[in-house]
Design a protein around this ligand. Structure first.
Ligand code: GDP
Ligand code: MG
Length: 163
């Protein structure tokens, strides 16, 4: 069985840092899907003996704000279609932005599991600040530091639970 998890979120929240941390093996991008995947990275991760495919989205950052929002919406749509579960990443250092709100609106409608991950929670103060993200309307928030790895074990436990 193949299970796919996509990491979405606006630029600079730390998606690629988490992707690289979770990665065991990088998969070559298949040519015939490269039209949609040129700005995405695919890899294989594993936790508790359960392998899953991981997609890092949004490597391409458009120059204009309008195109930017359109592109992000496209990424989220593709991710939701292509993946079995979504890691929706936000950043405690910047707090909630309009784009986070827009993405949350799209993702709350998903029938697939969405894990709201508050990244850059590097210390206890950040842990307190992270509670503001409950207002995005998800039941659980996972606080992590992708750089140190703090909190990522709990997140991985949740991700592989349905596998
Ligand atoms: P992406 O654009 O969402 O893929 O974000 P990146 O993974 O490229 O990270 C953006 C910036 O955030 C980089 O400078 C990272 O080093 C930094 N970053 C990522 N995770 C953390 C974290 O847990 N704590 C802190 N303080 N910085 C982080
Ligand atoms: Mg990235």
């Amino acid at each position: 069985m193949s299970y796919t998890v996509a990491i979405v979120g606006r630029p600079n929240v730390g998606k690629s840092t988490l992707f690289n941390r979770f990665l065991e093996q990088r998969k070559a991008i298949v040519d015939d899907i490269s039209g949609v995947t040129r700005d995405r990275q695919y890899g294989i991760a594993e936790w508790n003996g359960k392998p899953f495919n991981l997609i890092d989205t949004g490597g391409f950052v458009p120059q204009s704000d309008d195109i930017f929002e359109v592109e992000i919406r496209k990424q989220v749509k593709i991710a939701v279609e292509e993946a079995n579960a979504i890691v929706f990443m936000v950043d405690v250092a910047t707090g909630i932005t309009d784009l986070d709100d827009a993405m949350a609106d799209m993702l709350r409608r998903s029938t697939k599991p969405v894990y709201l991950v508050v990244n850059k929670v590097d210390n206890g103060q950040c842990e307190l600040d992270a509670t503001e993200f409950y207002s995005l309307g998800f039941e659980t928030i996972y606080t992590v530091s992708s750089i140190s790895g703090a909190g990522t074990g709990e997140l991985l436990d949740a991700i592989v639970a349905p596998i």
